[in-house]
Design a protein around this ligand. Structure first.
Ligand SMILES: C[S@@+](CC[C@H](N)C(=O)[O-])C[C@H]1O[C@@H](n2cnc3c(N)ncnc32)[C@H](O)[C@@H]1O
Length: 257
């Protein structure tokens, strides 16, 4: 594992944004930029490094921290509902997205999934039909330091998917209500052995996806509900939290074999 000092130049020279943190205050800022806070103005040096301390003009200290995957969920400007870190982990774990992969993603939304897959080493082409959302997603990719690896295209993928057939993507990830109409094309979009992952909050669209995946002869089609129970540990004992059940959606995975 590289230490902060091993990669010192990378952060400063490439102007990769860093987190400035003090208690529950967190700001994602590009080196050389200025940020107003309730504790004064932060001027971030061009050569700022993780591990540094930067003071506001009122002398209040903030710690500099490198951005990590789960921070994207909290720091990106939100448009389409971003995928929570655990579901990002499931998508990447179930499809094996890694260095050198080519991934087709739709819809971009806030861009958390697309940026996370880029941080795992993939080149991502992602479609967003809302032009304003697409613009925000491009800015988010810069904030996440992955603008060179994520191509945010404005448009409805269902209207242009024919043009992408034969593109040989390693993985297709879908987070839209109309995912079934893209799954129909999955065998022509994917390399042999490639995966499609569909995330949906609703069972109706999930069933449609499963039926379509079977119709086009994708293999190992399986759906799991993504749900987690938070645990509570206090003086009285330890048990699952009584807060509402942690359902976020259904994840369907299938393979082109
Ligand atoms: C739930 S959000 C995706 C969130 C994203 N996975 C993330 O982690 O930030 C769904 C997005 O898909 C877009 N969308 C829905 N259908 C689409 C389509 N056929 N082509 C392109 N974008 C689409 C919507 O505008 C919306 O922004």
């Amino acid at each position: 594992m590289s230490s902060d000092s091993d990669s010192d130049e990378t952060v400063g020279e490439d102007r990769v944004p860093v987190l400035l943190v003090r208690g529950d205050r967190e700001f994602l800022i590009e080196p050389g930029a200025e940020q107003g806070t309730d504790l004064g103005v932060l001027e971030v040096p061009d050569d700022v490094q993780p591990g540094d301390t930067v003071e506001t003009h009122l002398g209040e200290a903030f710690q500099v921290r490198r951005l990590r995957g789960p921070d994207l969920f909290h720091q990106f400007e939100r448009t389409g509902a971003p995928m929570v870190p655990r579901d990002v982990g499931l998508v990447i774990g179930e499809t094996g997205v890694s260095q050198g992969d080519r991934v087709l993603d739709t819809g971009t939304g806030t861009g958390v999934l697309a940026a996370s897959m880029a941080r795992a080493g993939a080149d991502v082409v992602t479609y967003e039909r809302d032009p304003e959302f697409a613009e925000v997603a491009r800015e988010n990719m810069e904030l996440g330091g992955v603008e060179d690896s994520v191509d945010v295209r404005t448009g409805d993928l269902t209207e242009t998917v024919d043009e992408l057939e034969g593109s040989s993507f390693d993985v297709v990830t879908l987070d839209t209500g109309d995912a079934a109409s893209i799954v129909e094309h999955a065998p022509e979009l994917l390399v042999e052995g490639g995966f499609v992952a569909v995330y949906s909050p609703f069972i109706e669209s999930t069933r449609e996806v499963v039926e379509t995946a079977r119709e086009v002869d994708l293999a190992n089609v399986r759906t799991r509900e993504t749900i987690q129970r938070e645990m509570q540990f206090d003086d009285r004992g330890s048990r699952p939290s009584t807060a509402p059940v942690g359902h976020t959606g259904y994840l369907t995975i299938a393979r082109n074999v």
